[in-house]
Design a protein around this ligand. Structure first.
Ligand code: ADP
Length: 548
């Protein structure tokens, strides 16, 4: 950068001997060395320019990718709650868009600062060396234009911030549209979505154009400075030449330096605009990096072992809305305990508290007598295998999806798990068997097949505590039968907590707990609860009529 930048200063310096010795004094011998010197400077400038661009770009790219990796690592450690408050599109835009905006600017700023600062200093040196009064005149416009320059910087930062936020909204919308494509189509919402997207894109457009206009205005201000400078130097310096106090070489050298000076100055001002834009991105990156998880391992974690699950007088609320009010129950070791009750009663909340995706406000949640908050998050979560309503498959093969249960599992273990969970039954019909791709979010599989893959994952995981969140709720009777059988094999001998909507699935549970509004209203075995004729019997009767 220094070589490339300094080359300009040397060139403008060379103009003086060129004029005074060759053109004015008529010294033919000098013409050769001056010509070669100028040619040499160009070659040197080309080589050093190439080298520094490659270097700066690769540094910029490495920094960006390292930053992206660090942001993701940080995000992975944040509470589940953070991802409810911040839409995926917004986070994607921060990890991808903001880091890229930063990279482009950082590279440009580095190059400009390294190279153009040297150019500017060397050119100013030449100007001062020729005549300091002329040099002072060249910068006559600067003081007047300081204020507009500062105002422009603030404006660019504000508009850039709004543009980045709008970009996040666009990504969020796209994410929602692509994930919700089926319901958009069946509800014929294509036009509605398209119009809404159009409005959001327009919002982004107007902020971005404002930011770009602000950036473009900065070099324009520099041009005005240049115009005033040239005017001053021409009027004053021109007189001195005519009067014979200065040589033509002096004037040409000065003029070359001044003409060359305003280009890097313009670039520098334009980079300062980009830096303001990048500052807006940087603020958004810091906002992610400054977020801290609330749910963390205690400083001195206790060992935790599988055992009885016990809730004692647990209270939990989302903001001001109480969800659980003094919930107490026990799920015995090695037994199947079912949680039933109307939707919204707090059944899934129980799972969240057990795995510490959320934290209780008061009361005790213990496993084998140890409070979940006393154990390290790693140890605690190692106790559980979870099969939820949504099988959460990734766009990989069936085998790879099963492997997520335990990353170091062998092929044989994966095949055995697939067999136990009745995955083999449908996978065998595919030409590629377990190597069949499941599509984005498992879209190439049916609901029942997805659930069976999720169960195979839990089988492979072989965790002592099993949490089942209505895994058969969305299935037809035949699939339900197969999945039920697979679940029965899985839960055999394990402490299992199962959320169930269809009461048919809990008949054989060792204990059924009926929740209403965050409280236990009844508990016992199926036959006893039916005989009692209370809340459970009413639920059962209601379902019997529904199913006709
Ligand atoms: P269930 O599993 O019994 O259907 P949940 O435990 O999922 O019920 O939810 C209990 C209540 O908590 C519901 O009223 C629901 O609206 C509320 N709720 C669940 N998640 C959140 C959340 N992230 N923010 C605010 N309220 C929530």
């Amino acid at each position: 950068m220094t070589i490339e930048g300094g080359a300009l200063g040397v060139m403008s310096y060379m103009v003086r001997p060129l004029f005074d010795e060759v053109f004015v004094a008529g010294d033919a011998a000098s013409v050769r060395w001056i010509a070669f010197a100028i040619g040499g400077i160009f070659v040197l400038r080309a080589l050093s320019g190439f080298g520094q661009r490659v270097l700066v770009m690769s540094v910029g790219l490495k920094v960006t990718t390292a930053l992206q990796t660090r942001m993701l690592d940080h995000l992975l450690g944040l509470d589940a709650r953070y991802f409810q408050d911040n839409a995926p599109g917004q986070l994607i835009e921060r990890v991808r868009g903001d880091t890229q905006a930063l990279q482009a600017t950082a590279s440009a700023a580095l190059m400009t600062l390294g190279r153009d600062t040297v150019s500017i200093l060397s050119l100013i040196a030449v100007m001062l060396w020729v005549d300091w009064v002329w040099a002072a005149l060249a910068f006559i416009g600067v003081p007047v234009l300081m204020l507009p320059l500062a105002g422009l910087q603030t404006w660019i930062r504000g508009t850039s911030r709004r543009a980045r936020e709008a970009a996040g909204t666009i990504s969020t919308r796209l994410d929602e549209i692509f994930h919700g494509i089926v319901s958009i189509k069946v509800n014929r919402l294509e036009d509605h979505e398209s119009q809404r997207f159009g409005r959001e894109v327009d919002g982004f457009l107007s902020s971005q154009i404002r930011a770009e206009a602000g950036k473009a205005a900065l070099p324009a201000v520099i041009d005005v400075v240049a115009a005033l400078g040239f005017l001053g130097v021409l009027l004053y310096g021109g007189g001195e030449i005519l009067a014979g106090t200065k040589s033509v070489g002096d004037f040409m050298s000065f003029f070359t330096a001044m003409a060359l000076l305003f280009d890097p100055l313009r670039r520098l001002s334009s980079v300062s605009g980009q830096v303001q834009g990048a500052a807006a991105s940087l603020e958004r990156i810091y906002a992610v990096m400054d977020a801290e998880p609330e749910i963390v391992s205690p400083p001195a974690p206790q060992p935790i072992a599988p055992g009885e699950i016990r809730f004692e007088n647990v209270a939990f609320s989302y903001g001001d809305t109480p969800i659980l009010n003094g919930l107490s129950f026990t799920a015995e070791s090695g037994k199947l305990t079912a949680l039933v009750g109307p939707s919204g009663a707090g059944k899934s909340t129980v799972f969240g508290l057990l795995t510490r995706l959320i934290d209780k406000q008061s009361g005790g949640v213990t496993i084998g007598g140890v409070d979940v908050a006393q154990a390290s998050l790693q140890d605690l979560r190692a106790l559980f295998a979870v099969v939820g309503q949504d099988a959460a498959l990734f766009d990989e093969t069936i085998a790879e999806n099963i492997r997520l249960g335990r990353l170091d599992a062998s092929e044989t273990e994966i095949e055995a798990a697939a067999e136990t969970a009745s995955v083999t039954e449908f996978a065998a019909r595919q030409p590629k068997g377990l190597q069949t791709l499941v599509g984005p979010r498992g879209s190439a599989l049916s609901g029942g097949q997805k659930q069976r893959v999720a169960i195979a994952r839990a089988v492979l995981r072989d965790a002592p505590l099993l949490l089942l969140d209505e895994p058969t709720s969305a299935l037809d009777t035949r699939s339900e039968g197969i999945v039920q059988a697979a679940l029965a094999r899985l839960s055999e001998g394990r402490t299992t907590l199962m959320i169930a909507h269809r009461l048919s699935t809990v008949r054989d549970a060792d204990k059924i707990i009926v929740l209403e509004e965050g409280r236990v209203v009844e508990e016992g075995r199926h036959a006893d609860l039916i005989a009692r004729g209370g809340a459970y019997a009413r639920l059962a009767a209601a379902q019997a009529t529904e199913e006709g």
